[in-house]
Design a protein around this ligand. Structure first.
Ligand code: TLP
Length: 343
């Protein structure tokens, strides 16, 4: 089975499993897991921040940060298709009591004008805008990459209005490899940055939040409050260390494979795909109206050996990752040609 549903599906490699088995562990709630401590220091240093916190998921990294930066009743600006808005189960409202203000971007990327218009001016009637969250790369935007200069403009604007800044950098390393910009260069504009070890980097679980030491101390307490205090998780942290040491530069292969898949799709009659929009490891494409429903097309693909996710009516997302090789992309291309031509 060729699994293009997400880069979350990667399985730990032999080397990673060995590193996990060899990991020294201790109780991390006491701060005594040496491998977790090493991962947190490593993440902080890579992103140019004082401290790091290991969290079970990307959602938890985002939600702890939102809780840290806001008070109930505040408003948080996010792009209108942001993961925080669409795919985190409404947790910003239920866990932090904030309201999200969706602002339309282009391929998920916000402009300063749009954000400026959305920032509330002090008024008795309106919720105070206190936080801006950006997403790098942008998932629903198709793995799109914010240029550093746009981030600088957006964060300057937010600072002028006194907003805190959080980056949902679930796939920050994809952006870094694509743009040739160090992750610390992106991170320096934000108060908190979360990134995932369990996506393209190939760890089975885990995300990081990095910030200054005072904020990380507060986040550590909030992680406990949210039920995310973990114990002997050095084995999982070892997978994260292995991922950061071995799986960063290879993300370029995933990006080349995604581009290749987009080119194969472009050659199929009726399939709509913008090859130039494929910047990292995601391909968004639409197939022509046909007698078959979206679910039917997904089922045909699955029975032929490819798993995909639908993102709308006859709209699909294919994601390349460490368990997808060039020959798998070619095989998926042949399957798509057959399924979509007969649809
Ligand atoms: N994204 C998943 C699904 O939840 C949609 C995927 O398959 O792409 N931020 C961004 C930008 C994400 O894409 C994701 C996961 C998360 C946060 C949450 O990470 P986890 O799943 O670890 O909580």
């Amino acid at each position: 089975m060729i699994d293009l549903r997400s880069d979350t599906v990667t399985k730990p490699t032999v080397g990673m499993r060995q590193a996990m088995a060899d990991a020294e562990v201790g109780d991390d709630v006491y701060g005594e897991d040496p491998t977790v401590n090493r991962l947190e220091a490593m993440a902080a240093s890579l992103l140019g921040k004082e401290a790091g916190l290991f969290v079970p998921t990307g959602v938890m990294g985002n939600q702890l940060s939102i809780r840290l930066h806001t008070q109930p009743g505040d408003e948080v600006i996010v792009e209108s298709s942001a993961h925080i808005l669409r795919y985190e189960g409404g947790s910003a409202s239920s866990l932090s009591g904030v309201q999200l203000c969706p602002v339309q971007g282009i391929r998920g990327l916000l402009s300063s004008d749009a954000v400026e218009a959305a920032i509330r001016r002090p008024d008795l009637h309106t919720p105070p805008t206190t936080l801006l969250c950006l997403e790098q790369t942008h998932n629903v935007g198709g793995g799109s990459v914010y240029p550093l200069e746009t981030i600088r403009q957006l964060t300057d604007l937010a600072r002028r209005h006194g907003l805190a800044l959080h980056l949902d950098g679930a796939r920050l390393f994809n952006a870094s490899v694509k743009a040739g910009v160090k992750v610390a260069e992106y991170a320096r504009f934000f108060d908190t940055v979360s990134f995932c070890l369990s996506k393209g980097l190939g760890a089975p679980v885990g995300s990081m939040v990095v910030s200054d030491a005072v904020r990380i101390q507060k986040l550590r307490r909030l992680r406990k409050v949210f039920g995310g205090g973990m114990r002997q998780v050095g084995m999982l942290a070892a997978a994260g260390i292995y991922a950061l040491e071995h799986h960063v530069t290879r993300l370029a292969d995933d990006h080349a494979n995604a581009k290749h898949l987009a080119q194969l799709l472009q050659a199929m009659p009726g399939v709509a795909v913008d090859v130039s929009a494929v910047e990292t490891n995601m391909v968004m494409f639409q197939v022509p109206k046909s007698s078959k429903s979206t679910e039917h097309l997904l089922k045909d693909c699955r029975e032929a050996g490819v798993l995909l996710n639908a993102v709308g009516e006859r709209s699909f997302r294919a994601v390349t990752h460490l368990d997808v090789h060039r020959e798998d992309v070619d095989a998926a291309g042949r399957i798509f040609a057959r399924v979509f031509a007969s649809g």
